[in-house]
Design a protein around this ligand. Structure first.
Ligand code: F0G
Length: 380
């Protein structure tokens, strides 16, 4: 059967659950609807009876989950008459902001930490025509500056402190529940600024909320921009688990980290903006935070690429690295269904991938014999 309806993005798909009007001009690149891939080889290697799925958000139009939030944030910015958007970013938000601004015909200003974002992400911001401002500081410095400047200049902030961002991002949970038929037992995410874990929880709560059906009431997460507000939540909810990189783990240290550092540059954040919301998510879902070393993160990234054929960026692999450890230890019990969000595409950061790769790259003369030898020497 041929498709009769073209998929046109998550706002159209979940229109009744998002704060848009009938005549709102939707700025979309066809984001959302990403694959939920069931892992085959890794659970077998763990020798545990668990179902692990990865939600491959790297297959969004600009290669990360940020597109879910950006379609909403830019749609609303345009609706409200804004001609320019601004964000601080470790790279993915800036890539998404640049692309959606280009689509909308408005200007994007992006503040990124000088020398600390992956090359693919920098290329995206530049290619989409954003005004790219490299600051001699980290993401947290950028965030502070963006908040300051937005109170002086006519620019709309599209970081996740913009409540529309979380509204868009909550749709990932809708897709998971629809695909599995229920929420998973555990949902594991990498945590940086903590917007995404908050958005997912809003999504799970809202999806199983039977009484709230208007985008009006205030709620603890998004100040009235979502429709989850005091309604009776009846359906199954997952335990939410947030993993951070050890060098950038404010949730594990109990407060801001002065000089965050990690190979997972996307989550190199010391002062998360959704601090209180994320603690609330942990409490309400019965979840926890934990940390992974850079070595664990890179090992998980490689394992996923080599055992399952899925290429994510380092920060994304933090969810799987943590989940595998908690499955092994039994903290996540056998029989569980687990979803790990893979937040960004591995192609974003080719430098880190190439640096840590040990797969053979052979250089030979263009001769049949040499090709034959290369094959024979490398047969399993
Ligand atoms: N994974 C990736 C690939 C990210 O880019 C980010 C955040 C996260 C995880 C963490 O999500 O901040 O909602 O907890 N990147 C932001 C950016 C900060 O600027 O691209 P979070």
């Amino acid at each position: 059967m041929p498709f009769r309806t073209r998929y046109t993005g998550l706002i159209e798909r979940y229109r009744d659950r998002l704060p848009v009007h009938d005549d709102t001009r939707i700025i979309s690149l066809g984001e959302g609807n990403t694959p939920l891939i069931r892992l085959n080889n890794i659970p077998r290697q763990l020798e545990k009876d668990v179902d692990i799925y990865v939600k491959y958000e790297g297959l969004n139009p600009t290669g990360s989950f940020k597109d879910r939030g950006m379609t909403m944030a830019v749609t609303k910015a345009v609706e409200e008459g804004s001609k320019a958007i601004i964000c601080a970013s470790t790279g993915n938000t800036s890539a998404a902001a640049a692309a959606y601004a280009a689509r909308a015909g408005i200007t994007a200003f992006v503040l990124i930490p000088d020398g600390k974002i992956a090359m693919g992400k920098l290329a995206q911001a530049m290619m989409h025509g954003a005004v790219t401002i490299q600051i001699k500081g980290n993401f947290d410095d950028g965030m502070r500056l963006v908040k300051d400047v937005a109170s002086h200049a006519p620019v709309t902030i599209v970081n996740s402190i913009n409540p529309y961002r979380l509204q868009g991002q909550k749709t990932a949970s809708f897709e998971i529940v629809e695909e599995l038929g229920h929420a998973p037992d555990y949902h594991c995410l990498p945590v940086g600024n903590a917007g995404n874990i908050t958005a997912h929880w809003i999504g799970y709560r809202e999806y199983s909320c039977t009484t709230a059906d208007k985008v009006t009431e205030a709620c603890a997460y998004c100040n009235g921009k979502c429709k989850f507000a005091g309604g009776a939540v009846t359906g199954k909810q997952p335990v939410m688990v947030g993993y951070q990189a050890s060098g950038s783990a404010p949730f594990l240290r109990g407060g801001p980290v002065e000089d965050p550092d990690t190979v997972a540059t996307a989550i190199r954040i010391g002062n998360p903006q959704s601090w209180h919301q994320a603690w609330k998510v942990k409490e309400e879902s019965g979840g926890w935070f934990d940390e992974c070393t850079d070595e664990e993160i890179l090992a998980a990234q490689k394992l996923l690429a080599q055992q399952e054929g899925v290429f994510c960026e380092p920060a994304s692999a933090t969810s799987l690295a943590g989940a595998m450890r908690d499955v092994k230890s039994g903290k996540i019990p056998e029989g569980s269904s687990i979803v790990c969000t893979l937040t960004g595409n591995g192609l974003k950061d080719p430098d880190t991938a190439i640096q840590q790769s040990t797969s053979p790259v052979l250089t030979i003369d263009a001769e049949l014999d040499e090709v034959k030898r290369a094959i024979l020497n490398n047969m399993e």
